[in-house]
Ligand binder design. Sequence first.
Ligand SMILES: Nc1ncnc2c1ncn2[C@@H]1O[C@H](COP(=O)(O)OP(=O)(O)OP(=O)(O)O)[C@@H](O)[C@H]1O
Ligand SMILES: O=c1ccn([C@@H]2O[C@H](COP(=O)(O)O)[C@@H](O)[C@H]2O)c(=O)[nH]1
Length: 249
Amino acid sequence: FFLIADHQDPAHNGARLTSQMGQRKVCHHNPNLPKGRPIIFVLGGPGSGKGTQCDRIVRDFGYLHLSAGDLLRDEVKYGTEIGQECEQLMKDGKLVPVEVTLKLIKKAMKENRNSTTGFLIDGFPRAVDQAEVFEKKVGRPKLVVFLDCPREEMEKRLLKRGETSGRSDDNMDTILKRFDTFLLESMPVVKYYDNLQPGLVIKVSSVPPPDDVYKEIYCAILGFRGEMDTDPMCAALHHSDSCDRLSFA
Ligand SMILES: Nc1ncnc2c1ncn2[C@@H]1O[C@H](COP(=O)(O)OP(=O)(O)OP(=O)(O)O)[C@@H](O)[C@H]1O
Ligand SMILES: O=c1ccn([C@@H]2O[C@H](COP(=O)(O)O)[C@@H](O)[C@H]2O)c(=O)[nH]1
């Protein structure tokens, strides 16, 4: 049903990844990558911990965090035309048209293009056609992080979060609909990127505590920045036989 990633292997300092779906390991430490403002996508099911991991990435790398869900919730909060169009879709756990989300994301990217070193896009793209249009109109991410979490765990987290979040979609009825949308429309995005460019996607189990989950993400980001050797934990991973990205066969 949901992908279950193997837990971290302590022998590799918490950074070894294995896949139940395939074992094509790809090194991504590539010093020839062009410099610029990288884009990172953080994907995963509802409540898998995307926002939680993004906070850590921002802390360490200073990238601009753009949560598509937060951008939409702001529109709803301020009662804009977009907000009025999207409110019910969000309550129903459905996807907002890509024209809307892409417009919000592009606007935020444009406004911040001179003040940030990179873009961290959380919870977008949510469907393959969304990924295709982003690829065409904006570009390719340097890294796609997929947070892998069992449904029961995500459900538990969302119900707990719902006690205080005030989010109109943190309730059992909407959670079930969001899971359906995730499985049907969003999961194929991971495969799309993996087919597009082997090694682009890292799959990380988000079941362990947040700081443990983050270690793997942190090393992957250092990897595309060509800075793997600056952190002994990541350097050990890089020089070990366990290469740092995985692809689905
Ligand atoms: N690794 C973890 N272990 C336990 N709880 C976690 C972990 N990561 C996040 N949480 C908790 O789970 C809840 C959901 O996390 P978060 O909001 O980061 O998920 P999300 O993927 O961004 O959710 P959504 O897609 O609904 O916005 C939060 O209450 C958070 O504190
Ligand atoms: O790209 C996106 C992102 C979000 N949505 C809608 O918003 C809610 C909440 O999103 P979170 O990322 O979980 O905060 C989601 O269920 C969708 O209805 C979207 O359509 N497209």
